[in-house]
Design a protein around this ligand. Structure first.
Ligand code: TYM
Length: 321
């Protein structure tokens, strides 16, 4: 069984990335052959247009994943573009992709709805993602809820290719955690770089505390009881809290008579503490860029071996080989 997932190096990782996806990558690692994780720099090209920035982001993202607990002895970590086979597989899939399927995909649809111009890369984004998944015979794809639609597209494309050309691709399944499928940002909307509402995983404690204190809350009076289930500050607190801490906080909400400042302070303490070790490890890794490059090179070699096999199978099935 193979687990695979990708993450875009578009900036520093935020709590949504971590609790929705990265934490699953770490929990699901085991044997390097069975856990493939990559930095989706070809996808990031749809938003990052500066070469040096993209290179730097890719390196930073690798360091952050390793600092957060991704272990190269238990997982294969690589950069998407180091496996060029994926671009060819993307083309093979593209020729069987109905336009209507992509027109319904949210990244493209949302951009169009805002009146922004979209390029063909953004339009075809889900096809490249399907190639990423099918390229390695992946069974399980751990992601946040926003990627589920893309995995459905991948399943559609795999099924129609298999139907047209005979059994070629393994059918993958999304794996989403209920408790953190859609982490809220500082304004209560989905946490996302493009909404400017993120809290970064490895941010220094001081600026992180400041951002937490600025989380938007409602203006109901302090003594009024509040329902924790619908409050995004409570949701964020719950990401870090143990059961006892969460129950105690929920009881305080229901009783009323507290200020949101208290909740924010408790959240900041937990968050700073939670990532302390990773911040330390990041500093150590930053001083060893050659070691990080070597991990990525070794990872790409493992991934490419598998990709070569699967590409050959797909080329043969559709008649280009
Ligand atoms: P990206 O870089 O946008 O997001 C990386 C992962 O973080 C999850 N995520 C969230 N989860 C919960 N709450 C949030 N607020 C939140 N924000 C982000 C995303 O669901 C994702 O799992 N298209 C992918 C990258 C990709 C990929 C793939 C993933 C490329 N090829 C193949 C899986 C398989 C993406 O945009 O990730």
């Amino acid at each position: 069984m193979r687990v695979l997932s990708g993450i875009q190096p578009t900036g520093r990782f935020h709590w949504g990335n971590y609790f929705g996806a990265i934490r699953q990558y770490i929990d699901l690692q085991g044997e390097p052959e069975n856990a493939f994780y990559f930095l989706a720099n070809l996808h990031a090209l749809t938003t990052v247009r500066d070469a040096d920035v993209l290179r730097q982001n890719t390196m930073d993202a690798a360091i952050d994943l390793l600092a957060l607990g991704l272990d190269p002895n238990r997982a294969t970590l690589f950069v998407q573009s180091d496996v060029p086979e994926v671009s060819e597989l993307c083309w093979l899939l593209m020729t069987g992709t109905p336009m209507g399927l992509l027109e319904r995909c949210h990244a493209y649809k949302d951009k169009k709805a805002k009146g922004l111009s979209a390029d063909a890369g953004l339009f075809a984004y889900p096809v490249l993602m399907a190639a990423d998944i099918l390229m390695y015979d992946s069974d399980i794809v751990p992601v946040g809820e926003d990627q589920v639609q893309h995995i459905e597209v991948c399943r559609d494309l795999a099924a129609s290719f298999n139907h047209r050309f005979g059994e070629t691709f393994v059918m993958p399944k999304a794996k989403v955690l209920d408790s953190s499928a859609r982490v809220a940002g500082t304004d209560g909307e989905k946490m996302s770089k493009s909404y400017g509402n993120v809290l970064e995983v490895l941010e220094d404690p001081k600026p992180l505390r400041k951002k937490i204190m600025r989380i938007v809350t409602d203006s109901r009076p302090m003594d009024q009881p509040k329902e924790p289930g619908t409050d995004h500050l409570f949701q964020l607190f719950s990401l870090f809290a143990n059961d006892a801490q969460r129950d105690e906080m929920a009881a305080m909400y229901r009783r009323g008579g507290f200020g949101y400042g208290e909740v924010k302070k408790a959240l900041a303490d937990l968050a700073v503490d939670h990532f302390a070790e990773a911040r330390q490890r990041r500093q150590e890794l930053q001083a060893q860029p050659d070691r990080v490059r070597e991990i990525l090179r070794d990872g790409a070699a493992v991934a490419r071996r598998k990709a070569t096999d699967v590409l050959r199978r797909a080329q043969h099935a559709c008649g280009v080989k």
